[in-house]
Design a protein around this ligand. Structure first.
Ligand SMILES: CC(C)(COP(=O)(O)OP(=O)(O)OC[C@H]1O[C@@H](n2cnc3c(N)ncnc32)[C@H](O)[C@@H]1OP(=O)(O)O)[C@@H](O)C(=O)NCCC(=O)NCCS
Length: 181
């Protein structure tokens, strides 16, 4: 049962009682629009099926997906996950926040803590994340969390009838300056 804390946030495994909140947040098309795997419209039962999958992946240490909880309100506001590629000692981070919580630094704060988890607890050498180039806020999250821009794979994703460029950011263990306040 991994729990990570920051000044304002608690990152913990998801629980079934998070499902109604996830369903509510996913009614906003803007979340699915900028992610590869989230369906829209979001089906009833999808949140429960997704969290069950994350529990299995955590048990096999393949990936860790956290509910991001605002400590002051004990409210689940989004999710952040880190999936490992053990052969290469690297991992990829992915995330979303409920739209009403955007622009308050929560994703960057959670991302910084998950990077710390990746280097300190998982012993990784490299942590990367990718974003649709039409979504500069996500690149900004990565850069605020300490990653640097690496480049773009052109028309890499086909989603909802269009080809989308995928930008990449990463941080290496040798570049990581340790946990920050
Ligand atoms: C991307 C997302 C997670 C950001 O969450 P957040 O909690 O608002 O992020 P933060 O507040 O920590 O940081 C966002 C940064 O992007 C900046 N930003 C927002 N819109 C921007 C834009 N159009 N262009 C450039 N920067 C932008 C914000 O100003 C902020 O930077 P600042 O603190 O330097 O001002 C959220 O928008 C989201 O869930 N989007 C839908 C799903 C998604 O895109 N997931 C990521 C897939 S890779």
């Amino acid at each position: 049962m991994i729990r990570l804390e920051t000044e304002r946030l608690l990152l913990r495994p998801m629980v079934y009682t998070d499902a109604p909140k996830i369903y509510e947040y996913m009614q906003d098309r803007d979340i699915a629009y900028n992610t590869s795997l989230i369906p829209y419209p979001y089906p009833v039962g999808a949140a429960e099926a997704w969290m069950e999958q994350t529990w299995e992946q955590a048990a096999s240490r393949e990936s860790y997906t956290f509910a991001v909880v605002l400590k002051a309100e004990d409210r689940m506001i989004g999710s952040m996950g880190i999936g490992q590629n053990a052969a290469h000692n690297r991992a990829e981070i992915g995330y979303w926040m409920g739209k009403r919580y955007w622009g308050q630094g929560y994703a960057s704060e959670a991302c910084r803590r998950v990077i710390q988890f990746g280097f300190e607890d998982l012993g990784l050498n490299r942590i990367q994340a990718s974003y649709f180039t039409r979504n500069p806020a996500s690149r900004r999250v990565m850069e605020k969390a300490g990653m640097r821009y690496e480049g773009v794979l052109r028309q890499y994703v086909f989603k909802w009838g269009e080809y989308i460029d995928l930008g990449f950011c990463s941080i290496l263990r040798s570049e990581w300056s340790g946990p920050t306040a």
